[in-house]
Structures are given as structure tokens and as C-alpha cells.
Ligand binder design. Structure first.
Ligand code: ADP
Ligand code: ASP
Ligand code: MG
Length: 415
């Protein structure tokens, strides 16, 4: 007998038929003697609909009220899912995040989980009841409803699995695992049977939305056995397992995956004085405005002047541009302020990079052959990211996928 947490995303609970399918799978696992906790998202499109509605009242809605509102999406699906499981003849009970005390900080719309009171869940499970918990939501110590950021139900699933010390956390979605890149962009993308935790963390943070980054962080911290699989497959499949073992980089494919992110915007200050403290005078007002900076580049100075560029999330682009034009530019004496919100970031990821030379040059040559200009580059031990014009994003991803032998049958990865 095992304790299994199954998280179902929006498309997996999109309508009553899909919810019945969820109940059937839960019943199959229950019949095998397993204890099952189900975590569900809102029906697909519902969270977007609620956010749009709020924005009709105020383009920047109060974040506490927004959380009260968007958390209703998941409240609907937990009840429907519990009803569907009961229809299968099993005892089931639904709970909101607040009811199981998924305690979070008070950072509304992007709250962090601080703890989960698992006693209630354990009692139900021991009585043979299937527990259905709302994803994406929590509660502060003062009883205010919070949400965990877009895609946050993944994190609820993994956090509950960690709290209950579950045997496995299964993330059911509309693809049958983690692929070498988004299969909706590159049809030749292949499912990975396993991916290392480090690689998954990079993939998630660099734009692969198949798992919310915080869910991967949680899995790493509490060593949760985490698997991504399809809720649409007729027979139970193995999906992709996130692994934690030390891997021998020599035996790994050089590149395991390619991630991309359209949300990048680039800002530059040209002709700023090249003196100690200049980076601080540019970036600290940006930080004070609660804008997160991603990549940063400072040119070599010439004649006492230098150019400084950085990227921010596209949602923060206008705010940051105004700040540079009105305050930071004049304060630093910059010759010119430039901005471009039509950029994107494409990254190649793989622990195999540690033991192979020439990966960067292969990446840059591939982009050059496609006539794609690289605007910024950043590297770490297991990834290389470039900022390019967004109109070349899909071309770049497809070309790199081929160049690193990730396409179809030529892949070095076992599928
Ligand atoms: P859910 O609603 O189930 O949480 P999401 O839409 O959040 O589903 O995540 C699944 C989607 O992630 C897939 O439909 C796919 O388009 C996208 N995706 C992006 N990168 C990858 C990848 N490397 N492997 C698999 N899916 C990916
Ligand atoms: N419903 C939430 C969202 O759309 C949470 C989730 O689906 O994981 O972001
Ligand atoms: Mg998701």
C-alpha cells in the first residue's frame, strides 16, 4: 500500500467528463489499496477569466481581493471532483487550502507555503477516504486567503506530498511527461523518461511551464518522488520521473532540454560614466520599485563611458523604462535610454555540459547559420541562455533542437 498525491491541472478537470476520468483513475488506485490525495486546479481558462473580470473593475486590482476571487476557481473543482469520486462508490471529502491550513506568508498573488497541518488529512486517509484539496491557495496566520502564483497547484501537490511523506507525487497534465522542449512548439520533441532535479529546476526557471518552479524547489528540499504524466492517456503510463541521484555527466546527453521565455524585456543605458558604483546607482532604484532584474551586461568602458543593459519581466517593462527615462538616466548622466520589449530568452540545459567542451560555440554557430543575432548571453554550469528578437524564437528553438540531436529517432535520450 502506498500513499500517493495526484495533482490534476486545468485541462485535466476542464469539464464534467474530464472530472469523471479523474475519478476513475483515483478509484483504480484506491482499489489497489493505495491511499490517495487529489489536488486539483481550476477548470482550464477559469483563473484567466476571473483575473480579466477583476481587471474590468481596476486594471491593477487589489491583490488581497484578487486572491479572494481567483481562489474560487479551485473551490468549484474540489467539490465536483469529490462528488465524482463518490459516484464511483468511494468515500471522498474536499477541502480548501484554508481548511487544511496550508499556511503561507502574506505576499498575495505569489505567497509562499510556510507549513501544512497534515493531521486532518491523515485522519481521513486512515479511514479510507479520498481527500481532495484545492491547489493554488493557502491562508495567512490571520485567516486571509492567499494564492501561490500562476501554476501554483503543482506546488500545493508537492508540498502536501512532502508534508505527508507520500510515496509519490504525480502531476497529471495534458502532455505525457517532460519533453526535450515544449512539444507544442517543436513536434519532434521527445519525452524524457527521467530528468535530473537540477535540470528540471533550470527548465522551470527558464520558462518551461510544465512544472511551477517552486514545486521543483520543494521536491528537491524534501526529496519528494515527483513524476509528470498525462491524464489523457487511456492506460496508466510512466511519464517522466525527476531524479535526485548523482549523475555521471559523461554518460548524460550534452543537452537534455531547451526552454524559452517570451516574457523578457531589455533596457539599456548608453554612455554612462564608467566609475565605481554605477551598477548600484542604476539597479538599486529598480529593485526599490520591486522590479526583478534577470540578465545584466556592462560593456568594457571606452573614454570613461560605458553601456549598461539588463532584462526584466515584460509586465515591468513600461514601469522600468519610465524610471530610467525620468530618474536613473538623468541622475547618472546617461547619454541615451533604450528599451525593447520584443525580445525573448532561449536556453539550452544539460548536466552533460559539465564534461563537454564546445557547447556554447555549437549553440552560437547554429543561431548564426539561421541569421539570428544574439543580444545578450548568460551562462551557468548547466545552462546557456541567449536573448534574441522574439520573432526568431521558434526558429531558434527548432534549430537548436536539431543541432543538439534532440529530434526524433536521432535523439541520444532514451524515450
Ligand atoms: P496544467 O494545466 O496541467 O498545469 P500547464 O499548461 O501548466 O498544464 O503545463 C503543461 C504544458 O506545459 C504543456 O501543455 C506544454 O505545452 C507546456 N510545456 C512547456 N515546456 C514543456 C516541456 N519541456 N515538456 C512538456 N511540456 C512543456
Ligand atoms: N488555476 C491556477 C492557474 O491557472 C493554478 C494552476 O493551474 O496551477 O494558474
Ligand atoms: Mg500548470
Amino acid at each position: 500500500m502506498a500513499l500517493i498525491v495526484q495533482k490534476y491541472g486545468g485541462t485535466s478537470v476542464a469539464n464534467p467528463e474530464r472530472i469523471k476520468k479523474v475519478a476513475e483513475r483515483v478509484a483504480r488506485f484506491h482499489a489497489l489499496g493505495h491511499q490517495v490525495v487529489v489536488v486539483v486546479s481550476a477548470m482550464s481558462g477559469e483563473t484567466d477569466r476571473l483575473i480579466r473580470l477583476a481587471k474590468e473593475i481596476n486594471p491593477q486590482p487589489n491583490s488581497r481581493e484578487l486572491d479572494v476571487m481567483v481562489s474560487t476557481g479551485e473551490q468549484v473543482t474540489i467539490a465536483l471532483t469529490a462528488m465524482a469520486i463518490m459516484e464511483m462508490g468511494l468515500p471522498a471529502k474536499s477541502y480548501t487550502g484554508g481548511q487544511v491550513r496550508i499556511l503561507t506568508d502574506d505576499a498575495h498573488t505569489k505567497a509562499r507555503i510556510l507549513g501544512i497541518d497534515e493531521i486532518l488529512l491523515r485522519k481521513d486517509l486512515e479511514a479510507g477516504t479520498v481527500v481532495v484539496v484545492a491547489g493554488f491557495q493557502g491562508v495567512t496566520e490571520h485567516g486571509d486567503i492567499t494564492t501561490l502564483g500562476r501554476g501554483g497547484s503543482d506546488t500545493t501537490g508537492v508540498a502536501i506530498a512532502a508534508a505527508l511523506n507520500a510515496d509519490e507525487c504525480q502531476i497529471y497534465t495534458d502532455v505525457d511527461g517532460v519533453y526535450t522542449t515544449d512539444p507544442r512548439v517543436v513536434p519532434e520533441a521527445r519525452r524524457l523518461r527521467t530528468i535530473t532535479f537540477e535540470e528540471m529546476l533550470e527548465m522551470a526557471s527558464l520558462g518551461s511551464k510544465v512544472l511551477q518552479i517552486r514545486s521543483v524547489e520543494f521536491a528537491g528540499k524534501y526529496k519528494v518522488k515527483l513524476r509528470v504524466l498525462s491524464s489523457f492517456a487511456e492506460t496508466d503510463n510512466e511519464g517522466t520521473l525527476i531524479t535526485f541521484e548523482e549523475t555521471n555527466a559523461m554518460e548524460q546527453p550534452i543537452i537534455s532540454g531547451i526552454a524559452f521565455n517570451r516574457d523578457e524585456a531589455k533596457l539599456s543605458l548608453l554612455g554612462v560614466p564608467d566609475r565605481p558604483g554605477i551598477a548600484h546607482s542604476i539597479l538599486s532604484p529598480v529593485g526599490e520599485a520591486h522590479v526583478d532584474v534577470d540578465m545584466i551586461i556592462q560593456n568594457t568602458g571606452v573614454d570613461g563611458l560605458t553601456d549598461f543593459s539588463f532584462t526584466v519581466h515584460r509586465n515591468d517593462y513600461q514601469k522600468t523604462l519610465n524610471l530610467l527615462q525620468e530618474k536613473i538616466g538623468p541622475a547618472t548622466g546617461a547619454r541615451e535610454v533604450r528599451g525593447d520589449n520584443r525580445t525573448c530568452k532561449v536556453s539550452i540545459i544539460g548536466v552533460g555540459m559539465r564534461s563537454h567542451a564546445g557547447v556554447a560555440s555549437r549553440m552560437f554557430r547554429t543561431l548564426a547559420e539561421e541569421g539570428i543575432n544574439i543580444q545578450m548571453i548568460s551562462t551557468s554550469e548547466i545552462k546557456i541562455s541567449v536573448v534574441i528578437d522574439e520573432k526568431y524564437m521558434e526558429l531558434a528553438v527548432r534549430a537548436l533542437h536539431k543541432a543538439f540531436d534532440l529530434d526524433g529517432a536521432e535523439s541520444q535520450i532514451e524515450g
